[in-house]
Design a protein. Structure first.
Length: 279
């Protein structure tokens, strides 16, 4: 019986999708909002100098694979193990850089090709939208069928994914099941995953026996870094909640004392007039 590693880790994710073009092609075609005649047929990985630089915190919690296809479309695939609202702007910035990097002096603008950012998020995004699949692009506010092609951002909330049917978008379901169900606790891979050639190949890549002791130490260190990062985020959120609680209590006391107008209290504490009315 095979033992598996978690495919979401830096080491395993990059081995699967950063070293096997056929697997990242299958992933892109399954998860991106491409039309039938827009399928990815071949890819080349970006050289290391082209990949966006990251802060230490991002290195500890984000895994990425970058490539372009024969049509010169650019693809950034990321696994984000933690989430803050700032990540949206980071994804937009990196996708925009990839778009701008295509331009050379004197070239026609119509030669610019789309950039797709496919982001797997292993934490709730709290964006107030139902479902696990979130697709962003530039559209006319009133006529959503009018699109400015260029940047397309896809965020997939892995904790929200629930496989309901194999009849619709089967490969999307299979890849997401692979990413959410396979880990160190997996005793036996689901038959549906083993029967699919691409996913079955990915399963062999994450078998424990395929890794050296040095790679296993790097794998364990990745998860240690993730645990540290999550702890830091939790502590930060707790401090923010504490400060917000203190701010509300200060505003409540000032309002009760009637020493100044409510509008002035709102300005001092940073609360809105609506929040002041609710106190």
């Amino acid at each position: 019986m095979a033992k598996y590693l978690n495919p979401k880790a830096d080491l395993t994710f990059k081995k699967i999708f950063g070293e096997h073009p056929n697997l990242v092609i299958s992933l892109l075609n399954a998860l991106l909002p491409l039309k039938d005649d827009e399928c990815v047929e071949s890819i080349e990985y970006w050289p290391s100098e082209k990949i966006p630089r990251r802060t230490q915190a991002e290195k500890d919690s984000i895994v990425d694979v970058c490539c372009h296809d024969n049509k010169k479309r650019e693809f950034i695939v990321e696994m984000q193990m933690t989430w803050t609202e700032a990540f949206k702007k980071r994804v937009l910035l990196n996708a925009s850089k990839a778009y701008v990097a295509q331009s050379e002096v004197g070239e026609a603008y119509q030669l610019l090709q789309p950039v797709f950012a496919l982001n797997f998020v292993n934490a709730p995004m709290n964006i107030g939208a139902d479902g696990y699949y979130h697709h962003y692009q530039l559209v006319h506010q009133e006529k959503s069928d009018e699109v400015i092609d260029g940047l397309q951002l896809v965020f997939i909330e892995l904790p929200k994914f629930q496989p309901h049917s194999f009849a619709e978008k089967k490969m999307q379901v299979l890849w997401l099941r692979f990413l959410t169900e396979i880990n160190e606790k997996t005793l036996e891979a689901p038959e549906e995953l083993l029967e699919n050639p691409e996913v079955s190949e990915a399963l062999k890549i994450v078998e424990v026996g395929a890794y050296t002791p040095e790679e296993m130490r790097a794998y364990d260190k990745f998860w240690d870094n993730i645990a540290t990062r999550k702890t830091e985020l939790y502590d930060y959120e707790q401090k923010i909640r504490q400060l917000e609680g203190q701010k509300l209590e200060t505003a409540r006391k000032l309002k009760a004392l009637k020493v100044m107008p409510v509008k002035q209290i709102a300005e001092i504490t940073g609360l809105t007039e609506e929040e002041m009315e609710a106190l």
